[in-house]
Design a binder for this molecule. Structure first.
Ligand SMILES: Cc1cc2nc3c(=O)[nH]c(=O)nc-3n(C[C@H](O)[C@H](O)[C@H](O)COP(=O)(O)OP(=O)(O)OC[C@H]3O[C@@H](n4cnc5c(N)ncnc54)[C@H](O)[C@@H]3O)c2cc1C
Length: 488
């Protein structure tokens, strides 16, 4: 039996490990953090559970191929799926617009808000339905499978949006609520096609929440790997790789030992793989181009969590607000997302609630936080200042929460950098800019015969399904290569 060593125990690495075992390989994962899961994680604070990741999980609709992959990896593990009526609500001056699961309701709501935008709304809704058509063909057993002519007629509707960022899309509408609704979910510079796909995923019942949240999902995947006989070593970093000709022969580990294998999967952030483990010149050219491209950005965010001494909150689900002008400068962001967890009884003590907030940072801001981490006093002061402002913002929006909030935690791009090593603290891939090739890229590393990438960076904008697909694909490539070698 051949042995595969996997660097990184995030979703890509765990998926690779599980498929390696399912295909009969010996599989060992080295994960630098003391818990598996990478960005798919959560932690406890003061009797509350903070969820770091899933806002929507693509692949919760049983007719899709992605659902099959989550099933194989134990990610869904028989837990219930929470299907909210809406994915998020944008609120501006007290007027709200929600992304309803039902596209016709969204259409009616947009028209009611802004009849003068009727033409643009109609074209947007057609594109959303076209994106649904394309997404719904991904399942082999999908009885909603679109015909070729339906597919061909859907594509032009979407291509129109492929050219636009969410800001450019928003500028086509006159209504300020619709404009904010289209921009607030993602970081500035994000492509409109990415937004349409995310919305269509939710509206296809394919982007919902596995019960128990992110950490529980990561632990189910880790348990699945272990139960298949995989070796999961947490708290052990890979620090280098030894190459002979066009093969990796072993990796060095943080405890000073080396580990040899027949094949290697690099499932850490590519900036680590090609910055610290393999020569930079081995980085696939599509990745190099994206890293170097002036308009292709990476991003991260600032988060805070508050315990709320109330049995029920004045809002439900994810709520997006514009930040007032004065705060934009201080928080270096335009929008803020507030999130509550009433669907997860175990996340807060009985009779209490939890609010988490996030606001995006562009790459420059991420780097500022990461640099500041070297000056702990200043870093903490900035974190506290921002958290104070956010708390005041929440209370201004919901005066009934005055005196009821207490801080549980705040975390920044520097936190992500510290835990996963990811450059600029990014936890998703490139911010799916307009005109970007949306296709999934191979994890092949040109010049190496037995080493592969498995990472969310193989398809913008990354995310859990891309990471998982990449993990599975890496094992498939190893199996193919082995067959070729046997024939020769
Ligand atoms: C706030 C937030 C919200 C999100 N929301 C969603 C969402 O709603 N839906 C969605 O699909 N995705 C979401 N994501 C993104 C999702 O978490 C990531 O896309 C996914 O977890 C990436 O998986 P990965 O395995 O490619 O990378 P990572 O999670 O980065 O895993 C890489 C692993 O490699 C380890 N590692 C690094 N260097 C080494 C080394 N030298 N040796 C050993 N191990 C190493 C790291 O510690 C890490 O565990 C969100 C993420 C965050 C943080």
């Amino acid at each position: 039996m051949s042995k595969i060593i996997i660097t990184g125990g995030g979703v890509a690495g765990l998926t690779a490990g599980i498929y390696a075992r399912l295909n009969g390989y010996e599989a060992v994962i080295y994960e630098k953090h003391h818990v598996p899961g990478g960005n798919l994680t959560g932690w406890n604070r003061g009797g509350y559970h903070i969820d770091n990741c899933i806002h929507w999980l693509t692949g919760t609709n049983p007719v899709t191929d992605m659902y099959g992959l989550w099933h194989d990896t134990g990610a869904l593990g028989g837990v219930g799926i929470y299907r909210a009526d809406s994915l998020f609500t944008y609120e501006h001056n007290g007027v709200k617009l929600s992304l309803s699961r039902d596209v016709s309701k969204l259409h009616t709501d947009m028209l009611a808000l802004s009849p003068k935008d009727e033409k643009e709304i109609s074209s947007f809704i057609k594109a959303l339905n076209a994106a649904k058509t394309i997404i719904e063909v991904s399942g082999k057993s999908n009885d909603k499978k679109a015909t070729t002519s339906e597919l061909l007629s859907s594509l032009p509707l979407l291509l129109r949006y492929h050219q636009l960022t969410t800001r450019e899309l928003a500028e086509r509408f006159r209504d300020p609520v619709i404009r904010g609704f289209l921009q607030g979910l993602f970081v500035e510079g994000f492509g409109a096609l990415g937004l349409l796909v995310a919305m269509a995923t939710f509206c296809s019942d394919n982007g919902d929440l596995p019960q128990g949240g992110s950490r529980a999902m990561a632990l189910r995947m880790a348990n699945r790997f272990r139960s298949l006989g995989g070796g999961l070593n947490c708290g052990v970093s890979v620090t280098g790789a030894e190459l002979k000709k066009n093969r990796v022969v072993s990796v060095t580990l943080s405890d000073g030992s080396t580990a040899a294998a027949d094949a290697f999967i690099f499932a850490a952030d590519p900036a680590i793989t090609f910055g610290a483990l393999l020569k930079e010149s081995l980085m696939p050219s599509y990745l190099r181009r994206l890293y170097d491209h002036a308009s292709v950005n990476r991003f991260s965010s600032f988060h805070s969590a508050f315990a709320c001494d109330v049995p029920e909150l004045p809002f439900c689900g994810d709520r997006i607000f514009d930040l007032p002008l004065a705060l934009r400068e201080k928080l270096r962001s335009k929008y803020i997302i507030l999130r509550e967890y009433s669907h997860e009884a175990g996340f807060s003590p009985q009779g209490k609630c939890l609010i988490q907030t996030m606001h995006y940072f562009n790459e420059t801001e991420c780097r500022r936080f990461i640099r500041l981490k070297d000056s702990p006093v200043e870093y903490r002061a900035l974190k506290h200042m921002i958290t104070d402002e956010i708390e005041a913002f929440i209370v201004a929006k919901y005066p009934e929460l005055q005196g009821k909030l207490s801080r549980l935690d705040s975390w920044t791009p520097a936190t992500y950098k510290r835990y996963t090593g990811a450059d600029v603290g990014s936890y998703m891939g490139f911010a799916f800019p307009a005109k970007l090739n949306p296709l999934f890229r191979s994890g092949r590393i040109k010049g190496l015969d037995n080493a592969y990438l498995a990472t969310q960076w193989q398809q913008a904008p990354g995310g859990l399904p891309v990471a998982a697909k990449a993990g599975k694909a890496a094992v498939e490539m190893i199996a193919k290569q082995e067959k070729r070698n046997e024939k020769e």
